[in-house]
Design a protein around this ligand. Structure first.
Ligand SMILES: O=C(O)c1ccc[n+]([C@@H]2O[C@H](COP(=O)([O-])O)[C@@H](O)[C@H]2O)c1
Ligand SMILES: Cc1cc2nc[nH]c2cc1C
Length: 355
């Protein structure tokens, strides 16, 4: 990281002029343990799809079967994630980690169903401890598989009707914030449904002893209580990528809540995480703030699938390419700024005011 910071300061641009992207390149150098770090390409997005027992509580206007229908759409190449992935040259893999409906095998679809949807978190744990552990292990395996196939940047995606309710519960648990601060409108709900959703999250947190936050609870236990299979899978994906020193670009609120679980399991896992975008969901801002991550783009997206992270991919790739390809002042024979200029820049321009 020191080498990358030093190199950024010697490239033919005013020091610091690439703003946040300089820090991204420094973090990826730290992850790789080399400067410059490998270019984060080719990229692969894994869309973890699953259903949620809490759907029965009326937290979303969309029927549960839309999860399976959208999986078919992803596999056919017809969703926004497919368009954005094509735009930035990323490969799409869909992971059925817990979709309620049975899915036909298809190219680009990994059948890794732990169970046909979680149980209702307001009535009991969403998953058994064993299911949660297997879902995390599945995410680790998917990261290994994609990296084994050559991916040098992994992107999180998700699909699961009602999964913003589980995300809000996880974020409340891991940040200690109250449900009304972290529960958003998901796919788009009216005030009455939103009020019910906040109470559903509150009920689940109370039921599982999480209303004061997760404290020292085992993060796997928290995932099992109020998470979804895709949350556990993405948490594993983040852990697996970090173990391989492959960077991960996180998408929106589902990825943010999963990253909180991954960080609780192993804080080092965050070293390779870049927050691709800031979702419109309030819980997402709470999650990235808690993790100390700064989202690269903010376009008021609230789609999921990996779409926001894919849009940020060229920024991450560009930040590293700079370290590989931009000339230094020395090599290009460009004169560096003088020491005197530094002082003048830093001082207020009083001369212009008084004269
Ligand atoms: O990524 C986000 O921040 C995001 C924000 C709002 C909604 N979504 C997507 O919308 C679905 C869940 O919304 P809901 O209202 O059914 O909880 C799920 O498939 C997510 O991918 C995703
Ligand atoms: C149509 C639709 C597409 C989605 N993609 C991710 N979440 C989604 C939710 C819905 C409802």
């Amino acid at each position: 990281m020191d080498e990358a910071r030093d190199l950024q300061g010697r490239l033919t641009k005013p020091p610091g002029s690439l703003g946040v992207l300089e820090e991204v390149s420094v973090r990826l150098a730290g992850l790789a343990g080399q400067c410059p770090p490998p270019l984060p390409e080719p990229a692969a997005v894994a869309v973890f799809a699953a259903d949620h027992g809490v759907h029965a509580q009326g937290v979303t206007p969309w029927p549960q079967e839309v999860t399976a229908q959208m999986v078919a759409n992803f596999v056919a190449g017809g969703a926004v994630v497919n368009a954005f992935a094509k735009q930035v040259g990323a490969r799409v893999t869909v992971v059925d980690i817990g979709v309620a409906a049975p899915l036909e095998p298809a190219p680009g679809l990994l059948s890794r169903k732990i169970a046909p949807g979680t149980a209702d978190m307001t009535a009991g744990p969403a998953m058994t401890a064993d299911e949660a552990r297997r879902a995390v292990a599945t995410g680790i395996e998917v990261a290994r598989e994609l990296a084994g196939q050559g991916a040098r940047c992994l992107i999180t995606g998700d699909m699961g009707i009602a999964n913003t309710t589980a995300s809000a519960a996880l974020i409340a648990a891991f940040t200690g914030l109250p449900p009304e601060r972290v529960t958003g409108r998901g796919t788009g709900i009216d005030d009455a449904t939103h009020a019910r959703k906040v109470e559903v999250v509150r009920t689940a947190l109370v039921r599982h002893g999480l209303s004061e936050g997760a404290g020292t609870r085992d993060p796997l236990d928290v995932l099992a209580a109020v998470g979804g299979f895709e949350h556990a899978g993405i948490a594993g994906f983040v852990l697996g990528a970090a173990a391989l020193r492959v960077p991960v670009v996180l998408d929106g609120v589902i990825a943010g809540s999963a990253a909180l679980a991954a960080a609780a399991l192993s804080p080092d896992a965050l070293a390779g995480c870049v927050a691709g975008h800031r979702s419109a969901e309030p819980g997402h801002s709470a999650a990235v703030d808690h993790l100390g991550l700064r989202p690269l783009v903010d376009l008021e997206l609230r789609l999921g699938e990996g779409t926001g992270a894919l849009l940020a991919l060229p920024l991450v790739q560009g930040s590293v390419r700079v370290l590989h390809e931009v000339a230094t002042f020395d090599s290009a024979g460009v004169t560096e700024k003088s020491a005197g200029a530094t002082e003048k820049e830093a001082a207020p321009r009083n001369d212009m005011i008084s004269e």
